[in-house]
Design a protein around this ligand. Structure first.
Ligand SMILES: C[S@@+](CC[C@H](N)C(=O)[O-])C[C@H]1O[C@@H](n2cnc3c(N)ncnc32)[C@H](O)[C@@H]1O
Length: 378
């Protein structure tokens, strides 16, 4: 799949043009964000994801101060890598916060100015289809780091051994590398009829959890090889509180609206019901206990902190339009790859209507959990 990052002229919505659409889900398309800086872009609709970085900043500073050894800087070069960086601007906040914390620690412990002693490098990773052009054009002027793009799936190795000191993942630790087998097959007991959430019965959940565990262990194995000994991984994102179902949270409810909207479009004859039946998503929002267990079983890292962060926007702003536009910025490119841009636009118009009709359900949903997990390489 290739998504043209330049805005399409086909409508005022400025959704990226899909050059080649994959119409069957034989392989899972890459889940990239809507690129560019237009009104529909992830760049313009990622303040929710950015707010977690700010809310968790103090805890992150404490962790870097307590857990990072300055011996790692002895060579005078310090590398930070962001995995799943998208096209900005959140990645710039993430990496700058880390660099500030490292410099602060350096100043306090050595009494010297790191500016003269340490050179910082930032490695930006995402899929090759990510909009790296927008990212690099928006690099902050006056930054105190060198930068490089590292394209490729973070489920495999993307860097040489021992090539960075602190890695960060913000809202990208919930993906799977593919949709588990059987999930999109109507004849399988694993068929997940309702896109993701309400149809998430015990067997469907197990299939996703197995896939997620295997993928996450692969991701951790790769990062453990790429990190220098004693290096840190900082994971920011959302998980479920133990025992809470995705369909009971506001994010799950909106995901179900996406599924219901696609079903409406099938009933209106806009798309085939078969196509809707064979659609699913390569993501799994784990429970806290599951995350702890996966990391422990992998064995390459020690969990130094698992912080429950109070997000200033709670689960999501309770505004139907903002909800629809934010979810479209994150989910739209993936849906477009399967259904086409027009259908995707129509689906999110319906999502907004459903969110308006059921705003009190969203308001009364069970809370999810926003986390900062600090891992130190063993
Ligand atoms: C919700 S966005 C978060 C972006 C950014 N970290 C932020 O805080 O705004 C998730 C990002 O993860 C990337 N991603 C998902 N799966 C990936 C994979 N297997 N390898 C590399 N990047 C991936 C997507 O392309 C997307 O840019």
């Amino acid at each position: 799949m290739h998504i043209d990052v330049h805005s399409s002229s086909h409508s005022s919505h400025q959704i990226p043009r899909i050059k080649q659409e994959k119409r069957i889900m034989a392989t899972t398309p890459e889940w990239i964000m809507i690129g560019g800086e237009g009104p529909e872009s992830y760049n313009q609709h990622s303040s929710y994801q950015r707010a977690l970085l700010e809310a968790a900043k103090e805890k992150m500073n404490e962790a870097i101060s307590a857990k990072l050894s300055l011996d790692l800087i002895s060579g005078g070069r310090f590398s930070v890598a962001d995995f799943g960086c998208a096209s900005g601007p959140n990645t710039f906040v993430a990496v700058q916060n880390i660099i500030d914390a490292v410099e602060d620690k350096y100043r306090k412990e050595t009494g010297e100015n790191p500016g003269e002693k340490v050179e910082f490098q930032v490695l930006f990773n995402d899929f090759t289809t990510n909009d790296f052009n927008t990212l690099f054009q928006a690099l902050p002027p006056g930054r105190r780091y060198y930068s490089a793009g590292v394209p490729g799936s973070f489920f495999g190795r993307v860097l040489p051994k021992h090539s960075f000191h602190i890695g960060v993942i913000n809202y990208a630790f919930h993906f799977t590398s593919k949709i588990p087998k059987g999930i999109t097959d109507r004849d399988s007991p694993l068929w997940n009829r309702d896109l993701h959430c309400t149809g998430f019965n015990a067997v469907v959940k197990k299939a996703y959890l197995d896939q997620y565990s295997a993928d996450t262990k692969t991701l951790l194995d790769a990062r453990a090889e790429e990190l220098v000994p004693g290096g840190l991984m900082l994971l920011f994102g959302s998980c479920l509180r133990d025992g809470v179902k995705m369909s009971e949270t506001s994010k799950g409810i909106v995901m179900d609206f996406i599924g219901a909207s696609l079903k409406d479009l099938a009933q209106q004859g806009v798309i085939d019901q078969d196509k809707v039946d064979s659609f699913s998503t390569p993501l799994y929002v784990a429970e806290e206990g599951e995350l702890r267990q996966i990391i422990k079983e992998n064995g390459k890292f020690t969990i130094e902190a698992f912080e429950d962060i109070i997000h200033p926007n709670g689960e999501f702003p309770l505004d139907p339009k903002i909800l629809a536009v934010s979810f479209r910025a994150s989910y739209g490119a993936f849906l477009s790859a399967y259904f086409g841009v027009e259908t995707m636009i129509k689906a999110f118009e319906l999502v907004e209507v459903k969110a308006r009709e059921e705003i009190s359900r969203i308001q009364n949903a069970k809370p999810g959990m926003q986390y900062l997990i600090v891992l130190r390489k063993n």
